[in-house]
Structure formats: structure tokens, C-alpha cells
Design a protein around this ligand. Structure first.
Ligand code: PAF
Length: 286
């Protein structure tokens, strides 16, 4: 019979549970989230559970990755629903710490600063975001010490930064990427999609359509810069309600300017709706 899923709120308790798992030789797969789980998270949990003996899911809306005028306080939260989804996906432990548990010292003096790849794409309009992500991910990896950690490709910039973080700080974990999960009309799943009104929800397919348009121009042989310019025009034609934040391409996973010798590029888009900022991307092979 399968063991009961445990919800653990303190670092100390989680460490004791996971120590026992490790003593038994169990491999630990970890999925960090901010909750309000959807099928994109479910794909991460399934991968984590399939490739490892134990699945740990963290649910923590991390204040340090939100800017002062961002949606930290209104970020959707629903532990009961999340618990059901986690149970259905055979998670063994939910780590559900409070802000005080994660950032216990009011005047903590150490955080992680990322020096590359944070002033482009989402980092441009969210200048402190990736330092907040890097700090909390480092803390979570230190607390859980998983064998593998799972990130969705939808946040491709986050994934690239976390890979770099793990390399640079020599954190002993394998970073695994999981494909974007989409609705039937190709809108990428996101916890923020619930904030779209009915009209915006229809409009929001423009993210994927714009990416696909640029990709087809690249397939036809257009230069990246030209294809992106046409892509921006295309977006402005098809979206009536969204404000284009960016449509850009960078080398992936290096997040440097694309050069002719690059083999893979990240084509990424961000769009602001009234109450939700949505992102999406495609990996382009050259
Ligand atoms: O992708 C997210 O949900 C968050 O950025 C993460 C990785 C859980 C860190 O808070």
C-alpha cells in the first residue's frame, strides 16, 4: 500500500523525514512551486516521481522574487486544492513553509546575486526577480538536498539561470527540464491564467500564434532580427487586449546575443493583460 502523503511545515521536520529516506537508499526528486497547481506542475510531479523513489513538492509563494508593485499579495493560493493535485500525482512530501520559516532572521545579510542573463527578457521589467528566485532555490536545494530538481520549460530564462546557479555554486543536483504543457488552443498553462477575463482568455492565444509566426518566418529563411520585427507587427495586429512587453531571441541556454554559430535559440514573448502578465517561448534549432 502507498504511504500517506505528508505536509511538512518546518525545515527541521522535513530534514528528519528526508534523512530517513536517504538512509534507505531512496533517490529524491524535487519540484519547487509557488502553488496553485495546474497540469504543467503535474507533468513535473510525474517526472519526479517516475525517475526517483521519493517525490517532494514545495509550495511557497516567495516574497523576495516579487517587485514592490507586483502581485505577491494577490498571487493565487489554494492549499486544499493543491494537496489533492499533489496526492493524485503521488507526491510523498509537500513542503509548505511560512515566510518566517524560510526567512527567519529579519535582518538576514546573505542572498544570491545572478550576474548574467538577468537584465534581459523578464529581468528587464523585473530587475530583482531572478536574485529572489536564485536565493530561494538555493535555500530549497540546501534544505531538501534532492538528487534531481524539476523545472518547466515555460520559464526558460529561470531554467537557464538555475542551471548556471547549480554549476557556479557546485550544488550537487541534476536539473531536469520538462516541456511546456498547453491548453487545447495552445495557451501555455500558468497559475496566472485564472486572472484573465473571458475576452482576454480568447486574446491570449496571440502569444503562441506570434511565436509560431516567427518560427515559420525563420523556417522560410528570414534573418532572426527581421523575423522578430515582423513578429511584433503580427502581434499588434492580432492582439486587441494585450500589451507586448517583449518578443526577443537569445542563445539558449547561454542567454547571450545570438551568433551565427549558435545551435539553439530561445524565442520568448511576454504580454501584459490588465491583471496578468503572461510569458511563453519556443526553442529554435538552427
Ligand atoms: O517557478 C516558480 O514557481 C518559482 O519561481 C520557484 C522556482 C518555485 C521559486 O520560487
Amino acid at each position: 500500500m502507498e504511504e500517506q502523503m505528508k505536509i511538512v511545515e518546518t525545515i527541521q521536520d522535513l530534514r528528519s523525514h528526508l534523512k530517513l529516506e536517504r538512509v534507505q537508499g531512496n533517490l529524491i526528486g524535487f519540484v519547487p512551486t509557488m502553488g496553485y497547481l495546474h497540469n504543467g506542475h503535474a507533468a513535473l510531479m510525474q517526472e519526479a516521481r517516475q525517475a526517483n523513489d521519493v517525490g517532494v513538492l514545495s509550495i511557497f509563494v516567495n516574497p523576495t522574487q516579487f517587485g514592490p508593485n507586483e502581485d505577491y499579495h494577490t498571487y493565487p493560493r489554494d492549499l486544499e486544492r493543491d494537496t489533492e493535485i499533489a496526492r493524485a500525482n503521488h507526491v510523498d512530501y509537500i513542503f509548505y513553509p511560512t515566510v518566517e520559516e524560510m526567512y527567519s532572521t529579519a535582518n538576514s545579510s546573505v542572498s544570491v546575486t545572478v550576474h548574467h542573463g538577468t537584465d534581459i527578457l523578464c529581468g528587464k521589467s523585473r530587475p530583482t526577480h531572478f536574485d529572489g528566485v536564485a536565493t530561494v532555490v538555493t535555500k530549497l536545494l540546501n534544505i531538501i538536498q534532492p538528487d534531481r530538481v524539476y523545472f518547466g520549460m515555460k520559464d526558460a530564462q529561470q531554467l537557464a539561470i538555475v542551471k548556471q546557479l547549480v554549476r557556479d555554486l557546485s550544488i550537487p543536483v541534476e536539473v531536469c527540464a520538462v516541456e511546456i504543457v498547453r491548453e487545447s488552443d495552445n495557451l501555455a498553462l500558468s497559475s496566472r491564467n485564472v486572472r484573465l477575463n473571458a475576452q482576454e482568455r480568447i486574446d491570449a492565444i496571440c502569444l503562441y500564434q506570434t511565436l509560431s509566426h516567427v518560427r515559420s518566418l525563420l523556417d522560410q529563411g528570414y534573418e532572426v532580427e527581421q523575423a522578430i520585427l515582423f513578429g511584433r507587427e503580427f502581434f499588434n495586429k492580432i492582439s486587441k487586449l494585450g500589451q507586448l512587453d517583449y518578443l526577443e531571441a537569445y542563445a539558449f541556454p547561454g542567454l547571450t546575443q545570438l551568433q551565427s554559430e549558435d545551435k539553439q535559440g530561445l524565442l520568448a514573448i511576454a504580454v501584459q493583460y490588465e491583471n496578468a502578465r503572461l510569458i511563453d517561448n519556443m526553442i529554435i534549432d538552427f
